[in-house]
Ligand binder design. Structure first.
Ligand code: SAM
Length: 373
C-alpha cells in the first residue's frame, strides 16, 4: 500500500488538528486583516485514494466555510507539490472542488517556492499559516525563519504568522545517518555529501553532527529539541511553541513530532482545544483499525481529568491569589494536557465554586478569565 492510498493513523491526528485549528486561526486573524493565506509546503494530491481528506482538502473546506459565512475573512491557498503525478492529482482535485475559494497550486520544490510566495504573493500584513509536512527533511532553517520574520517584533506590528511543522524522526535518522557513511563508490560518496549539506541547511548549521556522532540513545530527540530552541532563538519577536509526539499506532513508538510555533496566547489555547478533540478522534480511529477494546470509556476518562484539574487548580491557588488559565495551561491540565480541554476545566471550576474553593464564576471564555481564590 502506498502512502496516499489510505490515511495512516498518525495522519488522522495531524489532520484532526489542522481541520479544527485552521478555521480558528482564519477567523481570529481574518476578522481584522481580511485575507489570510495558507501555505501548504508539501501538499500531496489533495485527497487519499480511499476518499479521506488530505491537508489541501481540509484547507479548501475551511476556505469554503469562511467564504460562505460572508464575513470579512477570506482564506487563499498556496499549495506546493514537487512530484508531477501528485501535482496533477492535486490540480484535478482542486478543479473538481474549488467552488468559492482562491487557490494557487505551485509545481516545484518547497525550498524554492516558499521564498517566492513570501516575496511576491503576500502583502506584508497578510496573516499566514504555514504547514510544513514533508516525508523527510523540511525546508531549510533560514526559510522557516523567513516565514517567522513576518510576525510581530518590538517596533513592528507584522502579520499574525504561525508555523505547523512535521518533524519526522525517520527522516532525520535516514539523512543524519549519511554523516559517516562508509561509501566507496564515488557516486555514493557524492550522494552522502549532498545529504549532509541538505541536513546542514535544514538544521541551520553543523551543530547536529556532534549530537549524532555521540551515538546517544536519544540523539534524535536532542536534535529535535535543539532545532526548536534555535528556531525560537533566531525568529525575531516572542514565540511560544507546542511539541506533540505522534505514533502510527495506538501507544506505539513515536513516528513524528508536530511543532506549532505561534506568537499569540489565544493560539496556544485554541491549539490545545484542537489537539484534545483530535486526540479523541485518533484514539477512536486506532481502536477501530487495530481492533482494540475501549477499556476506559470517555465518560470515565473525563471524570478523572476533571478531578485532576480540580487538584491542579487548588495547587496553583495555594501559590497565587489568582491566575489566568492560558498562562498556566500546562499546570492547569497537568497529566491531562492534550486530552482534556476547556469544557473539562469549566466542570472542574464549577465544582470548586460550588465547594466555595474559588470565588470566580466560570462563565464565558475561560482562557483569559482570572481565577480567584
Ligand atoms: C507527507 S506528504 C504530504 C501530505 C499532505 N500534507 C497531507 O496532509 O495530505 C509529502 C508530499 O510532499 C511532496 N514533496 C516531496 N518533496 C517535496 C519538495 N521538495 N517540495 C514540495 N513537495 C515535495 C511529496 O511528493 C508528497 O506528496
Amino acid at each position: 500500500m502506498t502512502f496516499f492510498q489510505q490515511q495512516q493513523a498518525a495522519a488522522v491526528l495531524k489532520h484532526g488538528i489542522l481541520k479544527r485549528y485552521l478555521p480558528v486561526f482564519v477567523n481570529k486573524t481574518g476578522s481584522q486583516a481580511g485575507e489570510v493565506a495558507y501555505i501548504d509546503c508539501y501538499a500531496g494530491p489533495g485527497q487519499y485514494e480511499d476518499g479521506s481528506d488530505g491537508s489541501p482538502a481540509l484547507a479548501l473546506a475551511t476556505a469554503q466555510a469562511v467564504a460562505k459565512a460572508r464575513g470579512r475573512a477570506s482564506l487563499s491557498l498556496h499549495l506546493i507539490e514537487k512530484n508531477r503525478k501528485q501535482f496533477d492529482q492535486l490540480g484535478d482535485f482542486l478543479d473538481r472542488h474549488d467552488v468559492g475559494a482562491e487557490w494557487v497550486a505551485h509545481h516545484g520544490s518547497a525550498k524554492d517556492v516558499v521564498p517566492e510566495i513570501l516575496r511576491y504573493d503576500l502583502k506584508p500584513r497578510t496573516p499566514v499559516f504555514a504547514f510544513i509536512d514533508p516525508f523527510g527533511l523540511p525546508i531549510p532553517f533560514d526559510t522557516v525563519i523567513d516565514i517567522m520574520k513576518r510576525g510581530r517584533t518590538s517596533g513592528r506590528v507584522g502579520a499574525p504568522t504561525e508555523v505547523l511543522l512535521n518533524f519526522t524522526l525517520s527522516g532525520i535518522r535516514r539523512n543524519a545517518g549519511q554523516l559517516d557513511a562508509r561509501a566507496t563508490m564515488p557516486a555514493n560518496k557524492k550522494a552522502a555529501a549532498t545529504t549532509v549539506r541538505t541536513m546542514n541547511n535544514t538544521m541551520g548549521g553543523e551543530w547536529w553532527q556532534s549530537i549524532w556522532r555521540s551515538e546517544a540513545e536519544d540523539r534524535v530527540d536532542q536534535i529535535r529539541s535543539e532545532y526548536s530552541r534555535r528556531l525560537l532563538e533566531n525568529a525575531p519577536g516572542g514565540w511560544a511553541f507546542f511539541d506533540i509526539d505522534v505514533s502510527d499506532r495506538w501507544q506505539g513508538p513515536v513516528s513524528y513530532h508536530l511543532l506549532l510555533f505561534t506568537q499569540h496566547r489565544d493560539g496556544i489555547w485554541a491549539f490545545h482545544e484542537a489537539l484534545s478533540s483530535a486526540q479523541e478522534e485518533y484514539r477512536t480511529y486506532c481502536h477501530g483499525v487495530e481492533g482494540l477494546l475501549e477499556l476506559e470509556p470517555l465518560e470515565e476518562r473525563a471524570a478523572k481529568w476533571v478531578a485532576h484539574i480540580e487538584e491542579n487548580v487548588e495547587r496553583i491557588l495555594r501559590e497565587e491569589e489568582k491566575f489566568k488559565p492560558v498562562l498556566r495551561i500546562d499546570r492547569v491540565f497537568g497529566d491531562a494536557f492534550g486530552e482534556a480541554r476547556e469544557k473539562h476545566l469549566r466542570t472542574a471550576l464549577r465544582n470548586l465554586k460550588r465547594a466555595s474553593l474559588i470565588s470566580t464564576d466560570p462563565k464565558g471564555q475561560l482562557a483569559n478569565l482570572w481565577i480567584h481564590r
